[in-house]
Design a protein around this ligand. Structure first.
Ligand code: NAP
Length: 252
């Protein structure tokens, strides 16, 4: 029986697995998770958890488990595992697809400050806060907070699915634990209630966390947008339908 390994940890991976099960009920699907979220949302398929041990470990896994095709549906900012997937697939001779949500595009009334990485995002905040103190809504995940520790004129509200380690938090930061999807009207109310001046966001794409971008647009609030890391070379699609077609082509 053909076996497809899906690298996940995202809503997109879960939606893809559901669609794949409908299109190919006899297919064996294995979902791989890094194992960092305590109670992840799980589809009904075989689950494996934890790192593979780099590209070499993943390549061994692909061979030993007889994987027919590999679909990397990890988060667009999970650059290491995507690079490992591309390398391992070449080494093992396994076809590999990167399924990545399209980016959000800047629209009229969006006031985005583009940053190549988290350090550059912190520099933008430093500049924006030169003349007056800012309350910053940090929505970049709990592992990317270190660059924001030394901003003298900023107070931070950190939103995260899991509680960040105390050492990771900028001094005085307030933590809000929440898991999307988030609606625009709720996000607008949150931004007003918490007197947020600026949002820091990844360009995650998709709808689940787009509410804050829509709310920022309607409130004319600046967003420091951390751009995506580049993807490894290989086959890339941005929608479920194209990914299903790709897998279908690897099953014969
Ligand atoms: P990363 O920096 O690219 O990966 C670090 C290491 O974690 C990888 O080298 C791999 O370890 C292991 N790993 C990551 N994803 C894995 C998976 N699906 N299955 C097995 N091992 C995995 O990724 P990350 O930023 O830590 O993200 C970890 C997971 O959280 C990903 O599955 C991603 O989709 C999800 N996620 C990430 C973000 C984000 O913003 N980064 C947001 C939402 C969800 P080995 O080298 O030992 O194989």
């Amino acid at each position: 029986m053909p076996r497809v390994l899906v690298l996940g940890g995202t809503d997109l991976a879960n939606a893809f697995i559901k669609a794949l099960q409908t299109a190919h009920p006899d297919l064996e699907i294995v979902l791989s998770l890094a194992g960092r979220t305590r109670s992840p949302k799980l589809p009904d398929c075989t689950i494996r958890t934890g790192g593979f041990g780099g590209a070499e470990g993943l390549s061994d896994y692909l061979r030993e488990e007889g994987i027919t095709a590999l679909v990397d549906a990890t988060h667009p900012y999970a650059a290491q595992i995507s690079a490992n997937a591309a390398k391992a697939a070449v080494e093992a001779g396994t076809p590999c697809l990167h399924l990545v949500r399209p980016t959000w595009e800047q629209a009229p009334y969006d006031n985005w400050h583009h940053a190549r990485d988290y350090e550059e995002a912190a520099k933008h905040l430093d500049e924006l806060s030169q003349t007056h103190p800012l309350t910053v809504f940090l929505t970049v995940g709990r592992q990317e907070l270190k660059p924001f520790h030394h901003l003298m004129n900023c107070t931070h509200v950190v939103r995260s699915v899991e509680q960040p380690d105390e050492a990771e938090l900028p001094p005085g930061a307030r933590v809000v634990l929440a898991r999307g999807p988030f609606r625009e009207e709720d996000e607008a109310a949150f931004l007003k209630e918490n007197r947020i001046d600026v949002i820091v966001s990844k360009n995650s794409g998709g709808t689940a966390t787009y509410g804050k971008i829509l709310a920022a647009r309607s409130l004319r609030m600046p967003v420091v947008m951390v751009e995506r890391p580049s993807l490894p070379e290989g086959e890339i699609v941005g929608d479920l339908e194209s990914a299903l077609v790709w897998v279908g082509g690897r099953l014969h």
